[in-house]
Design a protein around this ligand. Structure first.
Ligand SMILES: NC(=O)c1ccc[n+]([C@@H]2O[C@H](COP(=O)([O-])OP(=O)(O)OC[C@H]3O[C@@H](n4cnc5c(N)ncnc54)[C@H](O)[C@@H]3O)[C@@H](O)[C@H]2O)c1
Length: 257
């Protein structure tokens, strides 16, 4: 008997990195999983690798019509929705003065709007299924100052605050839906590699600052926490912010100016 046996999950950003690890682990523990992503080729490959328990659906998390369609198709196909992992995200390097308004809107459009729309459209379907668990991917960037990712930090701060608002709403509604946020430090995924190698058009100075973060975990370490929050084992955990950073946020800075 798996830890999420019989449950139905949507994992956004499921084509890569942490989302892929989340989808694989949830399926291995008995869930049927919708791998939802913009990246059709890699998303299809993840779903096919999982097998009959998974299906790929194309989703741009910043698009409300996409969300309505994916939630409806999930319920149509699997009969219910129990778990939503709002994991899809993007990063853009830039301090507050280096960040142009278009970049700010693009990052917040995916990271913040995407999580809002996911919660908004999943909650009614989860409530109709008797309850559920929403896991929102934030970051340690929401908890302490990271000068080189202003838009990203703000978007993840919005995810942190929205999570608590959603948790309170669902508690008041007595709909059985819980909502928690996860705050990783560096995780070994393509996002970090792309940024570290400069493929995200970052300046060398920005890349050097990112390279100072060596406290990195594997996507599977985060997936274990996602699984716990998605399962009934965490049924009394609601509105919490779960930091997974090997004490990075409580460690005094070491001479970084
Ligand atoms: N890697 C880290 O160090 C780290 C640390 C803290 C938080 N996070 C967060 O974890 C989440 C997963 O990141 P990752 O490191 O696995 O990155 P990744 O780049 O490996 O994967 C991100 C996935 O999101 C998808 N995506 C991007 N925009 C999308 C959109 N508009 N609609 C649908 N899908 C979209 C991408 O196609 C990709 O498959 C992100 O929210 C990220 O901000 C990452």
């Amino acid at each position: 008997m798996g830890r999420v046996e019989g449950k139905v999950a949507i994992v956004t950003g499921g084509a890569s990195g942490m989302g892929r690890a989340d989808a694989q682990l949830l399926a291995a523990q008995g869930a049927r999983v919708v791998v939802a992503d913009l990246n059709e080729a890699d998303g299809q490959a993840v779903a096919e690798g999982i097998g009959d328990a998974a299906v790929f659906m194309r989703l741009d998390v910043s698009d409300e019509q996409n969300w309505a369609a994916v939630v409806a198709q999930t319920v149509e196909r699997f009969g219910q929705l129990d778990i939503l992992v709002n994991n899809a995200g993007m990063i853009a390097l830039g301090s507050v003065v280096d960040t142009d308004l278009d970049t700010w809107r693009r990052v917040n459009g995916v990271n913040s709007d995407g999580v809002f729309l996911g919660c908004k459209h999943a909650i009614p379907a989860m409530a109709a299924s008797g309850g559920g668990s929403i896991v929102n991917m934030s970051s340690v960037a929401a908890l302490h100052g990271q000068s080189f990712v202003a838009a990203y930090s703000a978007s993840k701060g919005a995810v942190r605050a929205l999570t608590k608002s959603v948790a309170m709403y669902c508690k008041e509604q007595k709909n059985g839906v819980r909502c928690n946020s996860i705050h990783p430090d560096g995780v070994k995924t393509p996002m970090v590699v792309k940024v570290a190698t400069g493929q995200d058009s970052a300046s060398q100075e920005q890349i050097d600052k990112l390279g100072e973060f060596t406290n990195m975990c594997e996507p599977e370490d985060v997936a274990n926490l996602v699984l716990f929050l998605a399962s009934e084992e965490s049924r009394f955990i609601n509105g919490a912010e779960m930091v997974i950073d090997n004490a990075a946020t409580i460690t005094p800075p070491v001479g970084i100016q």
